[in-house]
Design a protein around this ligand. Structure first.
Ligand code: GTP
Ligand code: MG
Length: 326
């Protein structure tokens, strides 16, 4: 009997809006007899979200490095093919980086290569209503086109919003043409699994060529094993953003207190990591100056990533991070 195409959902939204948090929630709600798989593409080179999702016992594959438009070709196809062949999932979720334009990802998923294998199902876009007060966000092509392609538009982080933010969100969300199939409000990524059941509709973007830019990514380097190179610091840039990330062997131990004050020291747009400290293994997640720290199981390696819209001094940062070890 021919296999049914696998429904695939793209979970869009700007850097740090709550995509991984929402996917974790969705994974917890999956029917026990279904296999789900997740493909995560992060802007940074080292990839943290995979580790944050891994404890849920669902197949997760990371495609680190680059904005979503630049990764949507071969790197994403390799990851997708592995997941499809090895896991034979009943449902597939894709979290692209919040940076970049969504057209190429959607073109890849609906193109000839995956015809009959994948079926693009409902697409969600998470928005932080507080950001709608910023003109540079409201007029950003990539932000707008992530919203444009979404079937379900979700206000997340409503716990941090005031009434004015919510009124602005509701008016703005209702103004989209064609209208969104659902407009929802939530917090802590509490996404109702029913929102995945909304049929996908093709929706025009304002500028499908906004992804035709040059991505200044470094040539992907073959990573050595952590036994051969226990400390690796990798930088990347593209789409007006810069990243600096570390992969470090799991037997290095950071000072909890110094690490936390380091997190607050740079005013970076985004910081995340899974790190071994003198108070145990911690997941660090920082956006807009708000740091969330959670205890996690011991990981195979330490990972830390900083993203900002101004260039990062890789060697200075690396020295500073080395100085945080106990
Ligand atoms: N207060 C509050 N914090 C939230 C909410 N949703 C997510 N967060 C926090 O926001 C931070 C970023 O959440 P993630 O789920 O990692 O965001 P993301 O969109 O996957 O981030 P990137 O993959 O880096 O683009 C984490 O510290 C979350 O705990 C929310 O509704 N309210
Ligand atoms: Mg994420």
């Amino acid at each position: 009997m021919p296999q049914q195409p696998i429904p695939v959902h793209v979970i869009l939204g700007f850097l740090g809006v709550g995509k991984t948090t929402a996917i974790r929630r969705l994974l917890q709600s999956r029917p026990g007899d279904e296999r789900w798989a997740v493909l995560v593409n992060e802007f940074g080179e080292v990839g943290i979200d995979g580790a944050l999702l891994s404890e849920t016992g669902v197949a997760v594959r990371e495609v680190p490095g680059g904005c979503m438009c630049c990764v949507a070709g071969l790197p994403m196809q390799i990851g997708l093919n592995m997941l499809i062949q090895r896991e034979k999932p009943d449902r597939l979720l894709i979290e692209p980086t919040g940076l970049g334009h969504p057209s190429k990802i959607l073109e890849t998923l609906t193109g000839d290569l995956y015809a009959g294998t994948l079926n693009l199902a409902s697409t969600l876009c998470l928005v932080d209503p507080r950001r709608l007060s910023e003109e540079k966000v409201r007029s950003n092509v990539q932000f707008n086109d992530q919203v444009a392609v979404a079937d379900v538009l979700v206000a997340n982080k409503t716990d941090l919003c005031n009434e004015q933010d919510m009124v602005r969100f509701r008016e703005w969300a209702a103004s989209w043409e064609p209208p969104k199939t659902r407009i929802e409000e939530t917090q802590q990524g509490r996404v109702d699994p029913q929102w995945l059941m909304v049929p996908h509709k093709e929706r025009p973007v304002s500028n499908a060529h906004a992804h035709d830019h040059h991505h200044h990514a470094q040539e992907p380097k073959e990573s050595l094993s952590l036994e051969a190179q226990p400390w690796e610091c990798i930088a990347n840039e593209g789409d007006g953003h810069y990243s600096c990330g570390w992969r470090i062997a799991a037997d290095y131990i950071f000072s909890h207190d110094e690490l936390l004050s380091f997190c607050h020291s740079g005013g970076w747009q985004r910081l995340k990591g899974v790190v071994c400290t003198d108070r145990g293994w911690l997941a660090l997640n920082m956006v807009d100056g708000m740091l969330t720290v959670q205890s996690v199981d011991e990981a195979a390696e330490i990972r830390l990533e900083i993203i900002d819209s101004t260039p990062l001094e890789q060697s200075t940062l690396d020295q500073t991070v080395r100085g945080l070890l106990i």
